[in-house]
Design a protein around this ligand. Structure first.
Ligand SMILES: NC(=O)C1=CN([C@@H]2O[C@H](COP(=O)(O)OP(=O)(O)OC[C@H]3O[C@@H](n4cnc5c(N)ncnc54)[C@H](O)[C@@H]3O)[C@@H](O)[C@H]2O)C=CC1
Ligand SMILES: O=C(O)[C@H]1O[C@H](OP(=O)(O)OP(=O)(O)OC[C@H]2O[C@@H](n3ccc(=O)[nH]c3=O)[C@H](O)[C@@H]2O)[C@H](O)[C@@H](O)[C@@H]1O
Length: 441
């Protein structure tokens, strides 16, 4: 059955959700306040790099199932099922999440809703936000109690966003247990195709749904910092963290995923989500519960300075050294540079006097906007020309596939530092290069 759906906020999450809901056969209207983003989306262009999404967007616009607007009035007219997907960044100078964008959606939308409707929150929010927004929405809306707020957290990964939306590991829905309404039935209609495929669907209260999301990201961040901490010990002991990760990962209870040691996690989610989680636990009086996340964050940030130290160790002095930086996105298959470890390392190297030449297959424009003073190159070869050391900081396939012969006669010194432990050390060493990984001999 086709439902008329409004998706508010068309960034990485919202644009993907809108296009994928249309692909499931629903009629979808995307809403954003950014006119340049809307103009691109209306023209069938995804304003960021996400594999497979342009095809899904275009085919659904062409099928007449997907369009975009800046108008909340049009959104309120369009349908009675709303997904809220605006940003919840870290507040400036604080750990807590900035929820002003989600607040503003409710302030603007609720007064325009006059009949039964459900707003499903998808943004990652501090626990308690959904209940607060629900109360505010009922207060502002002529529909009163007939306007429901439920929470349907999102677990997609950038670079795999379409696959994760259309084939998620699970769907989670938080509903207001004190005023049970239509939310669960509506969600079952919207996700009928996925539920028909047997995707697990967990329905719970609002607070639990919010906490499922922040706990999942906290666990993932902890797993990465765990292996990075072990990597520091491997480094000191002359052991190999990549073999160690394979070995412990064979234990199903541990699992191999998210055990890749390197320069650590970044992006628009894990770093800000663990900080917001700590801040919220503190507000709730559970200060002690999440202090370990402070350590997770510290270990992670230490990876970036450790990388700079390794480069210094390689070239002697950073002053005047020519450093090729391959990769600036926070992960491969994404153009997202929010809190990117790679860009942070490049910035630190430049501040300490190195001449930095950066190349990324997709994230150059975003990097230039965020870090205009770095040196940028048009290709891997250009970035590496005359380099004293080559750094692989984002494991794009084209960097993983590099072989020493590609850089023969290009670099000044045959030194490569593998910030993601994604290269074969023997291949490089056998070709006369100095190979340096992180936490592996
Ligand atoms: N990026 C990701 O992979 C995932 C993100 N999330 C969560 O989803 C939320 C959104 O994240 P992103 O999509 O990455 O952020 P984003 O910054 O890419 O997108 C947010 C969008 O909301 C728009 N917006 C802001 N205020 C608005 C308003 N009042 N009305 C309409 N549109 C408005 C902005 O213009 C922007 O296009 C965050 O809470 C994030 O933690 C959750 C899972 C995955
Ligand atoms: O809440 C969110 O927004 C999303 O955050 C992460 O997704 P994402 O940020 O897209 O990327 P990840 O694949 O989780 O990678 C995050 C960072 O960890 C790093 N990482 C990942 C895995 C690993 O083993 N080691 C490691 O350093 C990556 O390089 C990257 O910088 C979660 O994986 C998603 O489930 C979640 O929905």
């Amino acid at each position: 059955m086709s439902t008329r759906i409004v998706v508010i906020g068309t960034g990485y999450l919202g644009a993907t959700h809108a296009a994928c809901m249309a692909d499931l056969g629903h009629e979808v209207l995307g809403v954003d306040v950014d006119p340049s983003k809307l103009a691109k989306l209306e023209a069938g262009e995804v304003p960021f790099w996400e594999p497979g999404l342009p095809e899904v967007l275009t085919r659904n616009i062409e099928a007449g199932r997907l369009r975009f607007t800046a108008s909340y009035a049009e959104a309120a007219e369009f349908g009675d099922v709303f997904f809220l997907a605006v940003g919840t960044p870290q507040r400036k100078g604080e750990f807590a999440a900035d929820v002003t964008y989600v607040d503003s959606v409710i302030e603007n939308l609720a007064p325009l809703i006059s009949g039964p409707a459900v707003i499903f929150g998808k943004s990652t929010v501090p626990v308690g936000t959904a209940a607060r927004l629900g109360a505010r929405a009922r207060e502002l809306s002529p529909a009163g109690d007939q306007l429901e707020v439920a929470w349907n957290p999102e677990f997609l990964r950038e670079g795999h966003a379409v696959q994760d939306t259309l084939h998620p590991d699970r769907l989670v829905l938080g509903v207001d247990r004190d005023r049970l309404g239509r939310a669960e039935d509506v969600a079952r209609e919207v996700y009928a195709t996925l539920l028909g495929e047997g995707i697990p669907f967990l329905v719970t209260d609002l607070a639990t749904a919010e906490l499922v999301k922040t706990s999942a990201n906290a666990f993932l961040a902890t797993k990465i910092s765990f292996i990075n901490a072990i990597s520091e010990v491997c480094e000191a002991a002359g052991a190999d963290v990549t073999v160690l990760a394979d070995a412990i990962g064979h234990d199903d209870r541990i699992g191999r995923k998210f055990l890749n040691a390197g320069i650590g996690f970044g992006g628009g989610c894990l770093p800000k989500d663990i900080r917001a989680f700590m801040a919220r636990a503190g507000e709730l009086g559970a200060d002690q519960a999440l202090t370990f996340l402070r350590e997770v964050d510290t270990i992670n940030m230490r990876r970036r300075t450790a990388m700079v130290d390794v480069v210094r160790e390689q070239v002697g002095t950073l002053l005047g050294a020519r450093v090729a930086v391959l990769g600036c996105a926070f992960k491969p298959d994404s153009d997202d540079v929010r809190d990117s470890p790679a860009l942070n390392v490049a910035g630190q190297l430049q501040l300490q006097g190195a001449g930095v030449s950066v190349f990324d297959p997709k994230a150059m424009d975003n990097s230039r906007t965020l870090f205009p003073t770095l040196g940028y190159s048009a290709s891997t070869l250009e970035a590496c020309r005359g380099a004293d050391v080559v750094l692989v900081l984002t494991e794009w396939r084209e960097f993983r596939d590099l072989v020493p012969a590609d850089l023969d006669g290009v670099v000044r010194e045959k030194r490569i530092v593998d910030g993601r432990n994604c290269l074969d050390p023997e291949l490089w060493r056998n070709a006369g290069w100095t190979y340096r990984g992180l936490g592996r001999p």
